[in-house]
Design a protein around this ligand. Structure first.
Ligand code: FAD
Length: 240
């Protein structure tokens, strides 16, 4: 079944199960690398369906070569066609992201901030992890600023990094931002202890759950982020 149709079914299943959930998708899943218009038409169909069911749709961010086209398509659907139920993702690893964040703040966008799952060349991305981590915190401060919130920005901090999470919590506490003004997002099954702790502390937490048949690229990205997962996978695969 084509991914766009799987997503329509998914939205129906979420309704049937009465789950408080949004949908995340990748434009390359919708045909972006074959034909931009195909991806736009698929996305429009999904956004219409999601809007009629009161659900939001997040466009994941893929490799750097797709950032411009992803943001263009996001803006075309969000502002050109008035879909207020669509949001985007920004990757702290890219140098360009500060400028992108500033633009998205002016627009009052719905933004998920991540470190970035793709290996990018040093002319466009930070080489050292510590620099990406520092940029992540810097962008969180911008996206939680009074100006951003006044413009309607809603931030999702998608990370398992306790330092990033603590910096977010401390900034929100110091500047008196209520817990409901932003949310944390974590991957299904990763740092469950942290997920439960955040909920226990009164934070909004959304879990990213993979869905559908195209599991292989997802699995490979998670391995690339943390090669130790290969041992975890092999160990569990052969366990009876
Ligand atoms: C909800 C969500 C949506 C995302 N969407 C995108 C997207 O659209 N585009 C994109 O490029 N990236 C996306 N990512 C991935 C993201 O860019 C990072 O690659 C990933 O989150 C790891 O970075 P980190 O912030 O957790 O920090 P890290 O410093 O990488 O990790 C901190 C700690 O978290 C744990 N951890 C992190 N990753 C794993 C893992 N795979 N397995 C086991 N433990 C782990 C480890 O304990 C690690 O020490 C998403 C991540 C999340 C949580």
């Amino acid at each position: 079944m084509p991914p766009a149709i799987q997503i329509l079914f998914l939205i129906g299943n979420l309704d049937a199960a009465k789950v408080d959930a949004n949908v995340s998708l990748k434009l390359s899943q919708l045909g972006l690398k074959l034909d931009e218009n195909l991806a736009i038409n698929n996305l429009r169909m999904i956004l219409e369906h999601a809007r009629s069911r009161n659900r939001r749709v997040r466009i994941d961010m893929e490799e750097a070569a797709l950032v411009d086209v992803t943001l263009d398509i996001y803006r075309r659907l969000r502002y050109g066609e008035g879909f207020s139920n669509v949001g985007v993702v920004i990757q702290a690893a890219l140098y360009r992201s500060e400028a992108d964040v500033k633009q998205l703040i002016e627009e009052g966008a719905w933004v998920r901030l991540v470190k970035g799952a793709y290996k990018e060349p040093p002319d466009i991305a930070f080489v050292h992890k510590a620099d990406t981590d520092a940029n992540m915190v810097k962008l969180i401060y911008l996206l939680l600023s009074e100006t951003a919130r006044k413009n309607g920005v809603y931030l999702a901090v998608a990370s398992h990094d306790e330092k990033v999470i603590s910096a977010t919590r401390a900034f929100a506490w110091e500047t008196k931002i209520p817990n409901t003004a932003y949310e944390f997002q974590l991957l299904y099954g990763i740092r469950r202890d942290l997920q439960e702790q955040l909920v226990a502390d009164g934070h909004l937490v959304r879990i990213y759950v993979p869905y559908g048949t195209a599991w292989y690229p997802y699995f490979m990205r998670r391995l690339a982020e943390r090669p130790a997962n290969l041992w975890f996978f092999v160990n569990n695969f052969f366990r009876r």
